[in-house]
Design a protein around this ligand. Sequence first.
Ligand code: DC
Length: 225
Amino acid sequence: MSQNIIPVLTIDGLSGVGKGTVARIVAQKQNWHLLDSGAIYRAFALAVDARGVDITNEEALEKVAQTLGLEFKTKPGNELVSVYLDGKDVSKILRTEKTGEMASKIASIGVVRAALFKRQKDFAKAPGLVADGRDMGTTVFPNASFKVYLTTSADERANRRLKQLQAQGSKGIISQILAKVKARDERDSSRKHSPLKPAKDALIIDTTGLSIDEVITQVVALIEA
Ligand code: DC
């Protein structure tokens, strides 16, 4: 079935904007599939690291993409339970700041994006798909039926990250977190290949000061309109 027939909702935005949570809940409500494209880039970065691949060697990077043994285990309702990379559960390490940094760096390489393109397209299956990332509405699913772009101030995203770390029993220094958030924003938005930017036809929602429920209400209204 083509992407034109299968309804696709794309949710793009900077790191820490809440797109993963919004995507999961909307997918659950609609009973649609879920693509967490950031998890693919993160797993790819882990594989490159584990296999000791030189990131300037394009052929070797393509080979990693072709042989990436990636499995997402979800619970009914699409809640991502665990991610297996080459048979190993990498769920915890996948979500760390360090893996996010590695993913952001490696995601700026054109051959990597091209090699992971089809893997992402293949998630579009009936009855529908919610895809979250940086270039879902611009590059991977340009014909998506519904597109959302979430934005939130860097300060608010850094504060949310600090609270997450504290909830996990870790410490963080707000100025350092903010600096990292801004550096990743800059890298993801200014790279040559598929930089983060809103699709021309995306609904832009500034989530600063909004609750997750308020954001979800706007996204669901878009689909149902
Ligand atoms: O959404 P995330 O934080 O899990 O993504 C990790 C990194 O992967 C992000 O900093 C940039 C990259 N990425 C990307 O380039 N394109 C996507 N569609 C998703 C993620």
